[in-house]
Design a protein around this ligand. Structure first.
Ligand code: GDP
Length: 309
């Protein structure tokens, strides 16, 4: 299956959760008799209580046979390079902006990083159903923001959709808009490049996110850069300098399907996976088949991720 990996960048309250819920529903990721029980991007309160920072959430939908992985980005700050590591898994971004509030300075940081990485964002001016919507002004504000953040000509030529996530539509026009999100789905598939990966090479991925689970222990999430991850495959973990941190087995593979993480037997290059079974590995390290001797290029980090909220 073809894959697109995108980050979604939005200020709190600009409608990210509502829009992603609609993407899930309209892509038929839920069967008809199911409904969205948990809201897509809401943080896991339990994990928060335990003081564990979960800064990234991944939602995965399938549209016309293309899997679209949507990774949430922390809206306003950076914790030990988390934003860079999240952006390192994606080839595109959707910048979602409230049509009344406009582009708020808090999203600048992440937008700047995304532009810096060469991503060509799709802009969605959301909540255009608001009576105080000023969609066209906001369009100009976003252009100015991108320009101020050093966007190149291609990035400044961003495609833009108007949307009401609440009403479940996005289109190039507000009047006579279609009553669905097909324009957004199609634009993501068309505008965001497929990940460039090598399916035939031995397995390798860079750990981008670290979480803990009471049962599974360390969970490392990243994009499979080459080859295929298989349950129980032996791996070793390499630091930037090539030093081996540990050897072990991938005891569990969790793929992102809809809102859930689903245990799977294998995950191919290009897709995003969470792996368990390693006990010393941390972010930015390369998890790979034992025959791999060089680490993949990773986004450097440190200081360690701090817990907040
Ligand atoms: P998030 O914080 O970005 O995830 O935002 P939410 O999806 O939770 O939405 C924040 C608030 O905006 C909620 O009260 C939503 O009902 C409201 N909202 C979301 N989408 C729309 C929209 O398209 N139009 C309007 N008018 N309100 C919306």
């Amino acid at each position: 299956m073809e894959i697109r990996n995108i980050a979604i960048i939005a200020h709190v309250d600009h409608g990210k959760t509502t829009l992603v819920d609609q993407l899930l529903q309209q892509s038929g990721t839920f069967r008809e008799n199911q409904h969205v029980v948990e809201r897509a991007m809401d943080s896991n309160d339990l994990e928060r209580e335990r003081g564990i920072t979960i800064l990234a959430k991944c939602t995965s939908v399938v549209w016309n046979n293309v899997r679209i992985n949507i990774i949430d980005t922390p809206g306003h700050a950076d914790f030990g390079g988390e934003v860079e590591r999240i952006l390192s898994m994606v080839d595109g971004a959707v910048v979602l902006v409230d049509a009344a509030e406009g582009a708020l300075p808090q999203t600048k940081f992440v937008v700047g990083k995304a532009l810096n990485r060469g991503l060509r964002p799709i802009v969605v001016v959301n909540k255009v159903d608001r009576s105080d919507s000023r969609a066209d002004e906001v369009h100009n504000e976003i252009f100015d923001l991108f320009a101020a953040m050093g966007a190149n000509d291609e990035q400044l030529d961003f495609p833009m959709l108007y949307a009401s996530g609440r009403q479940g539509w996005a289109d190039y026009t507000i009047e006579n808009h279609k009553e669905d999100l097909s324009a957004l789905f199609d634009l993501i598939v068309k505008h965001v490049p497929a990940p460039t990966v090598n399916l035939d090479a031995p397995f390798a991925m860079v750990a981008s996110i670290l979480e803990y689970d009471n049962f599974l222990g360390r969970i490392l999430t990243g994009r499979v850069e080459q080859g295929t991850a298989r349950v129980n495959m032996p791996v070793r973990v390499l630091q930037h300098d090539g030093k081996i941190i540990e050897t072990g087995r991938l005891t569990k593979l969790l793929a992102f399907r809809g809102l859930e993480r689903v245990p799977v037997e294998e995950v191919q290059a290009g897709d995003i996976v969470a792996v368990a079974g390693l006990s010393n590995t941390t972010v930015s390290e390369t998890i790979a088949s034992p025959e791999i001797t060089d680490p993949l290029h990773a986004t450097p980090i440190d200081p360690p991720t701090l817990s907040m909220t």
